[in-house]
Design a binder for this molecule. Structure first.
Ligand code: GLU
Length: 448
């Protein structure tokens, strides 16, 4: 059974970058008929906020990313404690006493000598007496995980292919602070083991964490899950980080971007598959494939999202949008107007050309006579009886006036809608109805 998880820290709102990670993990699970978990990484009590937990749940629900279970790290501290004791007993965790300033100094010295700033493991060679002396001075230790330097850490990455790390090139990570609180690394590995996570898909900024965590899995006696690291998302002009606040679900919703458009874009961005306006999630699921992911950063382009959104809105059936349409706008109205929209909210503007009043348009003498003729044709024939009044009207006018093409159609459109372009008149005229249409033609014919 495939189990994936999305593990946000509730220290802010979701943005395109982590929405993409959530979506891909959801897709991996659903594609395999597996489970998708939401894990709230809230061990950092000072920065985690309940309102963000609620917002994460609401955003996922709005996106249609349904979770099969939710876990919270703050409620699992005893599990981390147990793993900590186990690793300590087996010699894989050691106390260290350096202050932040001391560590910074060591970094600078190493860099100054042209060496990588790897922790020198000084704390490992402290004697019992030296440690006791530190603690007598009131210095509480923080705790590091001792990497095993015996052999390279290797895995087959779902996106990046074969990966290999020399553990001696990594610092032993601090896993627990002096005040007892947890850093991300160990709790995440413990959770992945205990929650049966089979596949971890996350951003490539986690690649070196994976190397460390693979040793943690092994040290805890568990097989590591499969790992995949996707290239990061960038904006058109480079880093997204500055604008992330405007790239969350609330902002998208305000701009009339539909969740289907976000999902269609993020499902395929950065892959070799074409980004297409696919509103049917099964189609996206059936074609989702980690092997199509590229190594280059994926470019997020808001204009592309806007275009995709319009194309997706054009496909929506009436039931999908009914609750968001102006009063009185029925299925026929939606079908007539939908090709003109880039956002559902624009339906109201277009609907006004049906309900009126429409903008007055000034016509020359010829066109006024023509429109007066159009009004007469309407009076003497029941054009609407045919169900295709536009066809009937223009055919009759072609016969009586000899007009054709633009001269035939444009003055009618202008008189009937107040605009030069817009929805298909064949669909629109039945919605405007005989009475309103006649009145608009008469008014246009009279306006000099
Ligand atoms: N809370 C971590 C993050 O947001 C989770 C990373 C992971 O997927 O393991 O970066």
């Amino acid at each position: 059974m495939t189990v994936t998880r999305f593990a946000p820290s509730p220290t802010g709102r979701l943005h395109v970058g982590n929405i993409r990670t959530a979506l891909h993990n959801w897709m991996l699970a659903k594609q395999a008929g597996g489970r998708f978990l939401l894990r709230i990484d809230d061990t950092d009590a000072a920065r985690s906020r309940e309102e963000y937990v609620d917002a994460i749940r609401a955003d996922l629900a709005w996106l249609g990313i349904a979770i099969d279970g939710e876990e919270r790290q703050s409620q699992r501290l005893h599990h981390y404690e147990r793993a900590f004791e186990q690793l300590r007993a087996s010699g894989r965790i050691y106390p260290a006493y350096e202050s932040a300033q001391e560590l910074e100094l060591k970094r600078k010295v190493a860099l100054g000598r042209g060496l990588p700033p790897i922790y020198d493991r000084a704390a490992l060679s402290l004697t019992d007496e030296q440690r006791a002396a530190k603690e007598a001075e009131g210095i509480a230790p923080h705790w590091r995980f001792k990497l095993d330097h015996v052999e390279p850490i290797a895995w087959e990455d779902g996106v990046r292919g074969a990966q290999k790390f020399d553990p001696a090139q990594l610092s032993d990570p601090v896993i627990r602070r002096a005040n007892g609180s947890w850093l991300y690394m160990l709790p995440s590995a413990v959770d992945d083991i205990e929650m049966g996570v089979t596949q971890v898909l996350r951003g490539e900024d986690h690649v070196s964490n994976t190397a460390v965590q693979i040793q943690m899995f092994t040290a805890l006696g568990a097989p590591p899950p499969r790992f995949a690291h996707e290239a990061l998302l960038v904006g058109r002009e480079g880093k997204l980080s500055k604008r992330l606040g405007s790239l969350g679900c609330d902002a998208f919703r305000e701009r009339g971007i539909e969740p289907e458009a976000i999902v269609a874009l993020l499902a395929r961005l950065g892959t070799s598959l074409p980004v297409e306006p696919i509103a049917d999630r099964d189609v996206l699921l059936n074609t989702f494939d980690l092997s199509t992911f590229g190594r280059a950063p994926a470019k997020f382009d808001e204009d592309e999202l806007g275009r995709l959104n319009a194309a997706i809105v054009h496909q929506f059936e009436y039931e999908r949008v009914a609750a968001h349409l102006p009063e009185g706008m029925d299925e026929a109205g939606w079908h007539a107007i939908r090709p003109n929209l880039s956002r559902i909210a624009e339906a109201g503007d277009w609907w006004r050309i049906v309900t009126g009043p429409v903008d007055g348009h000034t016509f020359g003498e010829d066109d006024r006579a023509y429109l007066a003729e159009a009004a007469r044709v309407m009076e003497s024939n029941d054009l609407f009886a045919s169900g295709e009044p536009w066809q009937a009207l223009t055919t009759a006018l072609k016969g009586t006036t000899g007009r054709k093409g633009k001269a035939l159609f444009l003055p009618l459109r202008q008189a009937l809608t107040g605009m030069d372009h817009g929805p298909d008149m064949g669909e629109l005229l039945p919605l405007i109805g005989a009475e309103r249409a006649h009145a608009r033609l008469v008014a246009a014919a009279a306006a000099g």
